[in-house]
Design a protein around this ligand. Structure first.
Ligand SMILES: C=CC1=C(C)c2cc3[nH]c(cc4nc(cc5[nH]c(cc1n2)c(C)c5CCC(=O)O)C(CCC(=O)O)=C4C)c(C)c3C=C
Ligand code: FE2
Ligand code: FE2
Length: 343
């Protein structure tokens, strides 16, 4: 007997048989004003995967000091790098564009639906998971947009995705994308973006810094593989480019709070290189899929100023892969591999 024969005429139409792909990046405030910034930072900094301190110790500092002062300070920094045309941060602009371009590349697979979400702020992971499920996705691939795994980034995205299933009667099957820090397609795309960018300059850098976002050293001591994966990305890039450890140096940026973070620090290294007489450097951010506050303001802006202020002469920031054809080739090759058996 066929299904059609047993389904009563009154049965509501049910969408099914689709596969969802959900690209997820870190997050972004809705605006640069105090209220939007505070809402965003509160969601971010109450995440136990981000700040692992005991709540009794952290909350008085967070609610007493950080959430009173930081929204204004960081809001001003966001204003400098805000995408005025779209009235949103570039992280949001690039993430949406990546999802749209990926959807185009899956045009030959009408059963695949590509969407995007943010871990903090809007659109939330839960809202997009629910939307995918309602469109008939019985399988969803969640892609935390971080080449190197960290509990503070990858794991918290995955936690949220699984949390969204808690509220669903008809749960889709869920897959999560593993880190791709050593994927040859990713290494090749980075190498090409570096060489293309440097070929466009009328000077050659003495040193190129691969600046990754930092994490507290204590997270590494507890077993986070992030540091090792950053080092492996850099080693593979050195091999590919034929560069020495002195030419391509790894640093860690964006320290937050009083703890020791992964070293060497980007800001201190930039200062030191200039003071030691290095005149020309370039910096790129291999751990960031898209340009954002941390790359545009902290590196292209602040680090550049600091290098020139301390005696350096030439500074260049190499953009992230963003929604470039090379960047999309990386994301698409990872997604196609992880969808194996589903499409
Ligand atoms: C203890 C705090 C933080 C950890 C650990 C951390 C890890 C981490 N973050 C990224 C990527 C991004 N972080 C961004 C902004 C940002 N990060 C923190 C704190 C920690 N990050 C804060 C408080 C902020 C907000 C800005 C500020 O107040 O300084 C962003 C930018 C978002 C944007 O909208 O532009 C990204 C991206 C990684 C990859 C990482 C660990 C590996
Ligand atoms: Fe961060
Ligand atoms: Fe920062």
């Amino acid at each position: 007997m066929s299904i059609a024969a047993v389904k009563p005429a009154s049965h509501p139409p049910v969408k099914h048989g689709k596969v969802g792909v959900l690209l997820v990046n870190l997050g972004t405030p809705d605006g640069t004003d105090y209220v939007s910034m505070r809402r965003y930072l509160k969601e971010f900094l109450t995440d136990r995967r981000v700040i692992e301190w005991p709540r009794a110790l952290w909350y008085p500092i967070l609610f007493g000091i950080v959430l009173n002062k930081r929204p204004q300070k960081v809001g001003k920094a966001y204003e400098v790098i805000w995408n005025k045309e779209k009235n949103e941060s570039y992280l949001r602009t690039y993430t949406r564009s990546q999802a749209e371009l990926m959807a185009t590349s899956f045009a030959g697979h009408p059963d695949v639906i590509v969407d995007w979400a943010m871990r903090y702020g809007q659109p939330s992971i839960a809202s997009r998971m629910e939307h995918l499920q309602k469109q008939g996705c019985e399988r969803i691939l969640v892609f935390p947009l971080y080449p190197q795994y960290a509990a503070a980034t990858t794991a918290t995205v995955n936690d949220k995705a699984f949390e969204a299933l808690l509220k669903m009667r008809w749960q889709p099957a869920l897959r999560t994308v593993p880190p791709y820090h050593d994927d040859p397609v990713y290494i090749e795309a980075l190498a090409n973006s570096i060489t293309t960018h440097l070929a466009g300059l009328d000077w050659e850098p003495e040193v190129v810094l691969a600046s990754f976002h930092g994490i507290p050293k204590s997270y590494f001591d507890k077993g986070d593989p992030y540091y090792c994966q950053c080092q492996k990305t850099a080693r593979l890039l050195r091999d590919r480019l034929g560069w020495s450890k002195e030419k391509l140096q790894v640093t860690f940026q964006s320290r937050f709070g009083p703890e020791e973070w992964l070293q060497p620090y980007t800001d201190k290294t930039v200062e030191k290189l200039a003071q030691e007489g290095v005149k020309r450097i370039a910096v790129f951010n291999p751990g960031f899929v898209s340009d954002c506050l941390e790359t545009l303001e902290e590196i292209a802006g602040e680090a550049g100023e600091s290098f020139l202020h301390n005696g350096g002469e030439k500074f260049s920031h190499i953009p992230c892969l963003n929604d470039s054809p090379e960047g999309m080739a990386v994301l698409e090759s990872v997604v196609r591999r992880e969808l194996a058996g589903w499409i």
